[in-house]
Ligand binder design. Structure first.
Ligand SMILES: *Cc1c(COP(=O)(O)O)cnc(C)c1O
Length: 355
């Protein structure tokens, strides 16, 4: 992969790196940030002053629309370092396309591709030492846009700030994920913003997820808002079900986020001649498959955890156990994906992008 980058970004380097203050072996996901950040403002109908400067606080009006109306979208991607010190991104064109799709749904102006790629190149180049090699280590990349116009009138902002932050992370061990199937609350609805990576989609999930946690479940698998009959996604991950040897996942729609890990798993499965069906999945058929022993695996797929196997799911207060995942599809896809990401295997689809 190769993309045209602009040469528009001014760079203000940090005086003294903070890298020695960070314990790279014991990172908490998303807590530490690298030396530099990228910033670009939308003023008078144009993206202006693209700048890289030391990571630090912003000064924003308390009346900025983002605080009142939640007009904000984001992305999540990662940089991986191979054994020779080369750094790669995974399908970054997809993240660029998706942040613009999310932005459009939230009436936020699109961000130019050439500046997006120049920002990634320059920022990662400056903070290259923050990307540690070794399976599971990576630099989490958080692009986001927020409405910065001062004023609490309920209308779209005419000013925005686009930023990129970098956060070193270790492997995201989710352990045995116990999930509960949503019966009351909903993450998204027809015609809503479920397909956008809108900040408020996460805020709205925290309360029902806390209720699930109190009952001993780590995650909620959301169902359709109309009838709670169809399984949709986990809210930070898309979900796959394996019945016998076939993989099933819900089709993307305006309720479901079009995950890059999801589409990569589907592509890998097709290459390996594993049958995949993208179709609405009834909760009742998964319960039935669990009862008759044909349900082999459930796993989440998303950038943070890559693949996250589910150990039990709960529906209407009954808990269903899944067989151990060793040797299953989840193990296989996790290895295939991370081998491509860390430049260990061939890259048959051209997904790696060196920075
Ligand atoms: C980001 C996200 C995913 C996973 O997408 P990836 O591109 O694979 O990281 C799944 N669901 C939701 C709601 C998300 O926000």
């Amino acid at each position: 992969m190769n993309f045209t980058t602009s040469d528009k970004i001014s760079v203000q380097k940090i005086e003294k790196s903070r890298i020695n203050e960070v314990d790279f072996d014991n990172l908490t996901f998303g807590k530490d940030f690298s030396d530099h950040m990228f910033e670009c403002d939308y003023i008078n109908g144009e993206w202006v002053h693209p700048t890289i400067r030391p990571y630090g606080p912003l000064t924003i009006s308390p009346a900025a629309k983002v605080f009142h109306y939640g007009q904000a979208v984001f992305e999540g991607m990662k940089a991986y370092k191979d054994a020779n010190g080369k750094v790669f991104l995974f399908r970054p064109d997809q993240n660029h396309a998706r942040i613009n799709k999310s932005a459009k749904r939230m009436a936020i102006p699109e961000f130019p591709k050439d500046i997006f790629f120049e920002a990634l190149h320059k920022l990662i180049d400056l903070d290259r030492d923050w990307v540690k090699p070794g399976n599971g280590n990576s630099l989490y990349i958080r692009p986001f846009v927020m409405a910065t116009q001062e004023g609490v009138s309920a209308s779209p902002s005419d000013q925005y700030k686009f930023m990129i932050l970098l956060s070193p992370v270790n492997a995201y061990y989710t352990g045995d994920v116990k999930v509960v199937v949503a019966e009351e609350y909903s993450r998204s609805a027809n015609g809503g913003v479920g397909a956008a990576k809108a900040a408020g989609n996460y805020g709205a999930q925290f309360y029902p997820t806390n209720l699930a946690r109190e009952k001993g479940f780590q995650q909620v698998i959301w169902t359709d808002a109309n009838e709670h009959k169809y399984l949709e996604e986990a809210g930070t991950m898309n979900v796959f079900f394996r019945i016998n040897d076939t993989l099933y996942t819900a089709p993307t729609s305006d309720r479901i986020l079009d995950g890059i890990t999801r589409k990569s798993v589907i592509a890998l499965a097709k290459k390996d001649n594993i049958p995949v069906e993208e179709r609405p999945i009834l909760v009742s058929e998964i319960v039935e498959a669990s009862k008759n022993g044909t349900l082999k695996e459930i796993f989440g797929a998303g950038t943070a955890a890559v693949i996250s196997p589910v150990s039990t799911f709960n529906y209407k207060d009954v808990t269903y156990e899944l067989p151990p995942t060793a040797g299953g599809y989840s193990t296989k896809f996790k290895k295939e994906l991370t081998d491509i990401q860390y430049n260990i295997s061939e890259d048959p689809f051209g997904w790696r992008y060196e920075v």
